[in-house]
Design a protein around this ligand. Structure first.
Ligand code: AMP
Length: 286
């Protein structure tokens, strides 16, 4: 595996691959890799002759009171995992390489509507930062396919929209969420949890699963399902940010005629902010 830190070197590698007509699949990450990331690398091999990943903790997507400096950085373990998963190249730039004008002075990508709801309401500027770095990375890597986890469902939806709106020549593929045996979605931020908090954390998945069952049984009392979800997360000791039912394609509030739904939840537990979601298909109504 080649590890590349400079944009100029990345361009050389990508140009060689493209001249050789080798398709490229790309998996952007912030590092501290776990089996959720590994599943994305495995998916990438199904979509590209060459697989490239990036590790970049993007300052633009962290709020002033968030964990940018404390975000776990484990480059040696990450390199081993990427090699194990047959990744051809790792792009690991510095902040200065990505934002030579400084992160505050850079051009940004704004996605109206989608970015100020759900997580965006609690993390102002977060999705602008995500959209900006993803567009920059897509311009640099020029992949045929880029893989993102459904774990970050709103992020995936924002990226699909950006790619559509800006006519970027890349196919976005969503990969299923990888979970621990007790249902907790794997996340780099789970390492912030104490043993006691770790035992409480799966309640977010259980609440989502209960909501999914009610929706798949044909219930349309969305407010009541959301209230039950909020209450059960709260009762388990998690401070909920939201528990909402949305349309799977556009993250809009559903009507009774919508069939493809997603239930999304976020909450704070100790030093961690947990997010999770489950998609479901409601029965078709005549
Ligand atoms: P991150 O390093 O947390 O920014 O995540 C990098 C990519 O991995 C994103 O596309 C995430 O959605 C995805 N990802 C993170 N956790 C999981 C998981 N448990 N299952 C599947 N994909 C994941």
């Amino acid at each position: 595996m080649q590890t590349i830190t400079r944009i100029a070197d990345l361009r050389d590698v990508v140009t060689d691959w493209r001249l050789g007509r080798q398709s490229i699949a790309f998996v952007p990450t912030m590092g501290n890799l776990h089996l959720g990331h590994a599943s994305l690398m495995a998916a990438a091999h199904l979509h590209g002759r060459r697989v490239i990943s990036s590790i970049f903790v993007n300052p633009l997507q962290f709020g002033p009171s968030e964990d940018f400096s404390a975000y776990p950085r484990t480059p040696d373990d990450d390199g081993n995992l990427l090699r194990e998963y047959g990744v051809d190249a790792l792009f690991q730039p510095t902040v200065e390489e990505m934002y030579p004008q400084g992160s505050a002075g850079s051009t940004v990508i704004d996605v109206p509507g989608l970015t100020d709801v759900l997580c965006g309401a609690f993390r102002p500027g977060h999705f602008q930062g995500v959209a900006t770095v993803v567009v920059k990375l897509l311009c640099l890597v020029q992949p045929d396919v880029a893989i993102f986890g459904e774990k970050d469902y709103q992020q995936l939806t924002v990226i699909r929209r950006v790619v559509q709106d800006l006519n970027l020549p890349v196919t976005i593929v969503g990969a299923p969420t990888v979970r621990a045996e007790d249902g907790l979605a794997l996340s780099s931020r789970n390492r912030y949890l104490s043993a006691q908090e770790r035992a409480m954390a799966p309640s977010i998945y259980r609440a989502l699963d209960q909501a999914r069952r009610r929706l798949e049984a044909g219930e349309t009392a969305y407010a009541s399902i959301e209230a039950e979800g909020l209450a059960s997360i709260g009762a388990a000791g998690i401070t909920p940010d939201f528990f909402e039912i949305r349309t799977a394609a556009r993250l809009e509030r559903p009507t009774e005629l919508d069939v493809h739904l997603v239930v999304l939840a976020a909450g704070r537990l100790g030093k961690a902010r947990l997010i999770d979601n489950l998609q479901c298909t409601a029965p078709v109504r005549e």
